[in-house]
Ligand binder design. Structure first.
Ligand code: HEC
Length: 250
C-alpha cells in the first residue's frame, strides 16, 4: 500500500473529526435551548481535538519524510496543501492558548474554530481528497501495454544508449528507491500516484504523455515533468543516467 493511500485514508478520519468538532461546538454555542448535556459535548470536543492533532502529526511526519527524501519541488497543489496545513496547526495552537491560558481572548475561539474547520476541508481536499479521486479510491488503473521487444532508442537524431553495467543499475535502483517509490511501483503497471514503471522503456510509448518511451523523454520527465509530478531539477546528468539504467531493466 502506498504511503499516499494510507495518508489519504487517515485524512478521511480527519474529515469525520472536523464534523464532530463542528457539531459539538454548534450544539454548545449555537442553540438557545440546549438539546444535549453541555459538559459531555465539551468533553467529546476536546478528546476529538486531541485525536485530530495526533493524526495531523502522523500525517505531517509522512509528508516531511517525503519532502526530505525526495527533495522534490512541490507542485502548485502540494504548495497550497502545505500552506493550509501550516495554517491549521497555527490556528489550533492559538485556540488552545486562548482556551487554556489567555482567557481574555476567549471570544475569538469560536471564530478560530470555524476557520480551522474550513481550512481543514481545504487542506484535505487538496491532498487526500485529490489522491483518492485520481486513483478511484486506491483501485488499480492499468496504464499502457507491455510489448516485450526491446526498442532502439533513437529520437530526433540523438541516440542515447541506456547504461547496462551493474554498477550504474545498482546506483539507479538506490536513487529510485529514495526519490521515486513514493509514487511509482517499479514492478507493476499499477498506478499509485504516478503510473507503474514495469516495462517503462520497453513499451513504445510513455504511459501518460504518450511520448515515445526514450531515455531522453524519461530524463525530460524527471527534470520538467509532464503534468503533476514534482520536478527533480537538482539531479545530475550522471544520476539521471543511472536512474534510466535501472528503469531499463524493468
Ligand atoms: C509525488 C509523486 C511522484 C514522484 C515522487 C515521482 N513521480 Fe513520476 N509521475 C508522477 C505522476 C503523477 C505522473 C503522471 C504524469 C505527470 O503528471 O507528469 C508521473 C509520471 C512519470 C513517468 C511517465 C511520464 C509520461 O510521459 O508518461 C515517468 C517515466 C516517471 N514519472 C518517472 C519518475 C522517476 C524516475 C521518479 C524519481 C526520480 C519519479 N517519477 C518520481 C508522480 C511522481
Amino acid at each position: 500500500m502506498s504511503v499516499f493511500f494510507l495518508k489519504s485514508v487517515l485524512s478521511l478520519f480527519m474529515i469525520l473529526m472536523t464534523f464532530i468538532a463542528m457539531f459539538t461546538m454548534f450544539e454548545v454555542f449555537g442553540r438557545t435551548e440546549k438539546k444535549y448535556n453541555i459538559e459531555k459535548l465539551k468533553k467529546i470536543h476536546r478528546a476529538n481535538g486531541i485525536i485530530y492533532l495526533l493524526l495531523f502529526l502522523v500525517i505531517a511526519y509522512f509528508c516531511l519524510e517525503f519532502i526530505l527524501k525526495t527533495k522534490a519541488e512541490p507542485s502548485a497543489r502540494a504548495t497550497f496543501h502545505g500552506v493550509f496545513a501550516l495554517t491549521v496547526i497555527v490556528l489550533l495552537f492559538f485556540k488552545v492558548l486562548f482556551v487554556e491560558i489567555y482567557r481574555q481572548f476567549y471570544g475569538k475561539v469560536q471564530t478560530i474554530g470555524i476557520l480551522t474547520a474550513f481550512i481543514s476541508f481545504l487542506m484535505i481536499g487538496t491532498s487526500g481528497g485529490y489522491y483518492l479521486l485520481i486513483t478511484k479510491f486506491g483501485a488499480d488503473t492499468k496504464t499502457g501495454k507491455i510489448t516485450e521487444q526491446k526498442k532502439e532508442v533513437v529520437q530526433e537524431g540523438v541516440r542515447i544508449a541506456a547504461r547496462t553495467d551493474p554498477g550504474s543499475i545498482a546506483k539507479g535502483k538506490e536513487l529510485y528507491e529514495s526519490k521515486c517509490y513514493f509514487c511509482h511501483d517499479a514492478y507493476s503497471n499499477k498506478t499509485e500516484v504516478g503510473p507503474g514503471h514495469k516495462g517503462i522503456l520497453k513499451n513504445p510509448l510513455l504511459p501518460v504523455s504518450k511520448k515515445p518511451a526514450t531515455p531522453e523523454n524519461v530524463a525530460n520527465q524527471i527534470r520538467n515533468p509532464f503534468r503533476d509530478m514534482p520536478a527533480f531539477k537538482y539531479l545530475s546528468d550522471d544520476e539521471i543516467h543511472n536512474i534510466i539504467a535501472f528503469l531499463n531493466t524493468l
